[in-house]
Write a protein of this length. Sequence first.
Length: 713
Amino acid sequence: MKRYTGNLRGNFDISPKLQIGLLATSAVRKQLSPGTSDQVSDASAGNYSRSFEINPYSYALRTSRATSIYEEDGSLTYYTDNYAPFNILNEIKNNTLNTDMLDFKLQGELRYKITKDLKFSFDGAYRFATTKQEQIVTEESNMVQAFRSDYSFYVRNNNPLLFTDPDDPLEIPTSILPQGGFYLQSNTALSNYYLRNSLDWNKQVGKHLFDVFASAELRYIARQSSDFNGVGYQYDRGGTVAFDPQYFKYLAVNGGKYYSMSESNDRYLAYMAKAAYAYDDKYVLNATMRYDGSNMLGKSRLARWLPTWNVSGAWNIDREAFFANQNILSQARARLTYGLVASISSATNSAVVFKNGITSRPILADNENTIRIDRLENSNLTWEKQYETNLGFDLGFLKNKINLTVELYDRRGFDLLGNIKTSGIGGLVTKYANYADMKSKGIEFTLAGTPVNNDNFKWRMQLNGAFHKSKITNLQSLPTIWSLVTGGMLVDYPPNALFSMKFDGLDELEGYPYFVDDLGNHRATEVNTSSTSIGNLVYHGPSDPPFTGGFYNSFTYKQFTLSAMVTFSAGNFVRLNPTFQARYSDLNATSKAMLNRWVMPGDELKTTTPSVLGWIDFDGIDGSPYNNYNYSSVRVAKGDFIRLKQVMLTYQLPGKFAKHFWAKSANVSLVTNNIWLIYADSKLNGQDPEFAQSGGVAMPQPKQTSISFKFNF
């Protein structure tokens, strides 16, 4: 990946009353990664799948180390996957995803002093961002060859990528890609305008300070997305295109499309007024009122506008006379805020949403344009809202050598948005609605200080931590077993709570796993993961860590600065990688847990790892016990970890060196990230507790070392 960033800022004092500021930022990113397809969740089978998966990290986890990449003569070794030859190095070369991203923003601000007490401000910004993705799939890739694979009667009748013309059902399945490969392109473009006008009146009358602020804000975001699926592109013949007309019939019969384009517009208006009063710089009172409007919830006018408010106060304790009678605290301030805040989600169905389409019929001449219901009307749709109380303290010790900030909060969220099941009478089984309420509370703190500070040596440290606890108090939706074992929502539990199917031992004769099923039956191999009977699941805890924090230290000696940051979290649980399967081939890698698997009768008393069954033995077992085992109560570990996140060494270059580049100052830094996972649950067995394996182009954060030069002009 190559990334280029830059920014340019200028501030201009036109007159004592008028100031203007300009800021331009830009970023360019070019990235080459393995080709990928979308992940599919199957609740009935209880698993995830992704076709033509060539993520190197996922491949390394699932592929046997005994699998040869090269032949003895140095040529590549090929195995069969998707009925076609496969070699990971060949795939990385012939199935690639090129991503080009451009992001540009121009921002301006104007400040004008109308009178001594009244100021006018204008802020405006324009942002343009575009992303272009090209997936290059050549004739040598496994994906393209799978579309052509028909080398035997068995393959011809079982390869789902071959096409049988519905007008001739007796025809032998044929390839719709006889020549060339795929050229898949995806483009997104965003244009964003932002404008804000504000007035600020500030007046001091003796010990009384008055401040009144009012603003009007406008935001407009236009998005456009397009996709193009090119076929028959011959990469080895100068890019000539040789497509088969049957490909378009294949798309029409299967409801596909070879190009698409969509547009969306986000329009937002907000009006805000704030009044503040302070007495003798000791006591401060604030009151704020907002009136926000957005088109994101749909065409219904009832859902577009919402008023919110908050009131707050502060007490500068260090301004009191009694504060001078002690020498421990050098600063003390208490803050209290209470108010209503709101946000919007992706729901747009305050009025019914219709979409155009084309029917999918075997005979192309019978296809016609249609209008279908995309989202059912929900006239009661409204913003997500939350009453929030915050109590904060800012304390300084020993002449502010040590500073402590503490924040306590209590949040009562309601009208949370999500998908709920319906009776199906309206034509759809789900619709977006305000379906949940949630309570949250927590505490955050930051302890910072400079224990040593002299001419040659300086030591700075900062410790921050947070504890957060949430609970769903109301839920107008019935969760399924599959939604909960993958991290779902349930009343009286935190959001993204992690549940598991209850493991019920191993079979005494064959060693396959048993569970307590959705009906409460013990020693069951089949569990209906689409069932809403969830009483027999095992609850582990939240997927999101309730405890998080970091510890930072910086040591400066003359021109050298060495800093290190450690991060940590605790209290959450993670699902172990789903590595168990009903059947394995010689190409599959197995986890270390397989060393403790069931081998002979009696092993069920000393291990929870199931056996490896033969094909014949497995055919007589109901359900998917090995897939269920991946989501069982024995396949969960604690997510606690301590990580050395970053170490940086900086050298401040001499001023004479900087002057050679017309710079005021310059430094050079050596930075290393993700250095050492100091502690994690041993049950993870090398799995990164911060990374949820999802395939595609996702990979854990690597260890990374970089060098940077900084010049200040």
